[in-house]
Design a protein around this ligand. Structure first.
Ligand SMILES: *Cc1c(COP(=O)(O)O)cnc(C)c1O
Length: 349
């Protein structure tokens, strides 16, 4: 939902705040650790954070030498934001997208003979992808040779599994060797894969770590959380013992309880699986979630913290990342981030 005119600053009771300095730091840290230029992965609206806010920050940073998105439409959007660097389309190319790929000078990843057919004799540069054990996109047995190839890539399926990843990297090394001496971009490392410091790769392909989220528990890079999410308190009241909370009465108070109603629900991205399990934060204090999370609101226990209507509570902040929340919700930070909806106002500081 986008408000226009004099109402544009009103916001919808919740804010996702992006810290420019943290993104800058993370890019430098990735560059320092890997020694390679960065392909910044900003697919799916920059992992739900807001590509309109994130791309202009990344564009100013030297180590970022290209961008990657999932589909042609996202690539066109990036160009229209004024991004001049290479824009890689990870999801290949479909016939009806050919004109846009040409017009917007996008760089598709070819992972299927059909992609080559779509490209035909057009003057389109592309990367070619090999499947070394991801079991998704990429050639398995076939080797593609074409003067328009500007990059060769593969993807790790299980970066936490050292033995399997090293086998994938070795298969990819043999493939990449066939393209050596042509000045191609060679890339296989994602945020988690970066720990393998692949010596023959020229680039790393990084999404999650840009935003300060750790892809592995033991992660050697020192990242700064770049994203916080806050929401307003709408109402605070005291209810007696034995009082049911929210739809389905899945929680009933055991004692007299002060509850707060927060303007953030599953439509904003707070997964319903956190009902009766997770917590929100007020000035560093945990506010346990009571009862079912609803579409637009969540009920929390506020105790004697002095929370009042209009106050801000945090869903995610520097002390509790998407990764922490994901563990509580039984999912991964990627999914939680992508779920933050467009009505949560984006703000860059
Ligand atoms: C999304 C994606 C990445 C980035 O992964 P992160 O774990 O976010 O760094 C890299 N490569 C491919 C092919 C992807 O789809």
């Amino acid at each position: 939902m986008i408000l226009s005119g004099r109402l544009a600053d009103l916001g919808c009771r919740s804010v996702l705040r992006i810290r420019r300095s943290a993104i800058r730091w993370n890019v430098e840290e990735i560059y320092r650790f890997s020694g390679k230029k960065i392909i910044a992965v900003v697919k799916s609206d920059a992992y739900g954070i807001g590509v309109k806010q994130v791309a202009p920050i990344l564009r100013e940073l030297d180590p970022v030498d290209s961008f990657a998105v999932a589909c042609v439409e996202e690539g066109v959007f990036l160009r229209e934001l004024g991004i001049r660097r290479e824009i890689i389309i990870l999801g290949g190319i479909l016939p009806e997208e050919l004109e846009a790929v040409k017009e917007y000078r996008l760089t598709p990843v070819v992972s299927d003979p059909e992609h080559l057919k779509v490209i035909g004799k057009e003057d389109i540069r592309f990367h070619v992808k090999y499947d070394t054990g991801m079991g998704r996109l990429g050639f398995v047995d076939e080797i593609v040779d074409d003067p328009r190839i500007v990059g060769v890539m593969s993807h790790l399926s299980t970066p936490a599994d050292r033995e399997f990843s090293l086998r994938q990297i070795e298969s990819f090394r043999r493939i990449a060797e066939m393209y050596s001496g042509k000045g191609l971009k060679v890339h296989i490392e994602s945020s988690a894969g970066i720990v393998y410091r692949v010596p023959f790769a020229t680039h790393v392909r990084i999404g999650l770590a840009l935003y300060g989220e750790k892809p592995l528990r033991d992660y050697p890079l020192k990242l700064e959380p770049a994203v916080s999410v806050f929401a307003r308190v709408l109402s605070v009241k005291e209810v007696p013992a034995g009082f049911p909370i929210s739809y389905g009465r899945t929680y009933v108070t055991e004692k007299r309880t002060r509850i707060g109603v927060v303007a953030f629900g599953y439509a904003d991205g707070l997964m319903k699986s956190l009902s009766n399990r997770g917590y929100l934060l007020f000035e560093g204090n945990k506010l346990p979630i009571l009862g079912n999370i609803t579409m637009d609101m969540t009920v929390v226990e506020v105790g004697d913290l002095g929370v009042k209507p209009g106050d801000w509570v945090s869903v995610v902040d520097e002390s509790r990342t998407f990764g922490d929340l994901a563990r509580e919700a039984g999912t991964i930070p990627y999914e939680l981030m992508c779920n933050i909806s467009s009505r949560v106002k984006r703000e860059v500081i």
